[in-house]
Design a protein around this ligand. Structure first.
Ligand code: LMR
Length: 394
């Protein structure tokens, strides 16, 4: 049987991680995978998370199963973090998932169960794993324009023109904030226009929010998802705690559905529970437990929010430094977009050849579409990157 298997394409981001590890050059700089790094290149465990782990070690009395949707206290805390008071609690169903990827996968599964004819619209470009999962599941996907290669901002006119083609029942996947891979995001007026279009068409938004707190702040980054949740009849939300709690390997995510018709809440909850049971039974608990402890303890929560804010501001500082260094070296403002983008990533708009030259000649690793992880930089490496960018003629 195994001889019938076909070789699967390797994930580009994970391949890059491996190539970086194998590069013996001491000066190498990793701007690949979306993992936060401090100025020393470390990905520390956040203070509040460490404290919660200690607390939990002392408090935990059993490793017996939780519920199929995970611990309800985790869902409550995360619904509050993501949605605030945008919708009545009775409108929301939620299940813990293994990471944000698990939430996306379960969300697509839910779409396929509810409406096998639904097409899923995705931004061009989007996180490559969205495409890979949809393909693996055999779901129909349609791309909509998103990134303006000239301005390196959102091609909002193109996006709206393409989305005018959605049919009732189609699902439109959007990034809640800190668009991955481009770093270009909608403003609130654009979110409003998008919501009006989706409502007019009867399409269902699905929001992937994996970087809340990395862009403009915890509430600011949730403004789009909250607007959607409060203004459409139904939506799906996939949230991740990997980045904003720094618990990547603990696999901590949440899939939510919002239905203004609260009579659907029970059915939706049952479906989320069912999907968890089919795919992995009980979701992992450790990361979810840490998040719950942090969010529900005022002291830990304040410390976590303060550390997250330091992370956010350090990335903003690096963006500004890189944009001004490039302005100085190139004598032009064409890199100003780097300071405008938000989140961990920016798409430089370089050719694959230029990206390869950065890697081969300068030991600088970024994804082939020229997505760079800002958090992979520090004050010393910013000028090195800026010189390399100018050297390869970007
Ligand atoms: C990324 O985009 O680099 C991260 O979300 C990590 C991943 O799983 O791809």
């Amino acid at each position: 049987m195994f001889e019938l298997l076909k070789e699967q394409p390797a994930d580009k981001i994970l391949m890059l991680m491996q190539a970086f590890r194998e590069d013996p050059r001491e000066t190498k700089i990793d701007l690949g995978v979306g993992v936060y790094k401090d100025a020393n290149g470390n990905t520390p465990v956040m203070r509040a998370v460490k404290a919660a782990e200690k607390l939990w070690w002392e408090q935990e009395t059993t490793k017996a199963y939780t519920g199929l949707a995970g611990d309800p206290a985790y869902a409550e805390a995360m619904i509050d973090l993501v949605l605030g008071d945008a919708v009545p609690r009775a409108a929301v169903s939620a299940a813990a998932t293994p990471g944000g990827t698990g939430a996306c996968r379960q969300g697509f599964d839910l779409v396929r169960m509810a409406n096998p004819a639904a097409r899923v619209w995705v931004s061009d470009p989007t996180w490559p794993n969205h495409l890979s999962i949809l393909k693996h599941m055999g779901m129909e996907r349609v791309d909509y324009r998103y990134f303006d290669e000239e301005t390196r901002g959102v091609d909002f006119d193109g996006m709206m023109a393409d989305l005018a083609g959605v049919k009732a029942g189609d699902v439109v996947l959007v990034h809640g904030c800190c668009h991955n891979p481009t770093g270009a995001n909608l403003n609130l007026a654009q979110w409003r226009e998008l919501v009006a279009l989706l409502n007019a068409k009867g399409a269902i938004p699905m929001v992937d929010i994996a970087y809340q707190g990395f862009g403009d702040g915890l509430d600011e980054d949730a403004a789009g998802v909250r607007l959607i949740a409060s203004s459409v009849p139904e939506c799906i939300i996939a949230a991740s705690c990997s980045k904003n709690f720094g618990i990547y390997r603990e696999r901590t995510g949440l899939l939510m559905t919002v239905a203004q018709d609260t009579a659907k809440q029970k059915l939706n909850q049952g479906t989320l529970n069912y999907l968890n049971r089919q795919n992995y039974s009980f979701p992992p608990d450790h990361g979810a437990r840490l998040v719950t402890l942090v969010l529900n303890d005022p002291g830990l929560r304040a410390d976590w929010a303060a550390e997250l804010e330091e992370v956010r501001l350090s990335m903003l500082g690096l963006r500004e430094q890189l944009a001004s260094e490039l302005q100085r070296l190139s004598g032009s403002d064409r890199f100003g977009f780097i300071a405008q983008h938000r989140g961990m990533f920016s798409r430089l708009g370089a050719t694959p050849e230029q990206v390869a030259r950065l890697r081969d000649e300068h030991a600088i690793y970024m994804v082939g579409d020229s997505r760079l992880n800002i958090a992979g930089l520090n004050k010393t490496t910013v000028p090195i990157l800026a010189r390399a960018i100018v050297d390869v003629g970007i």
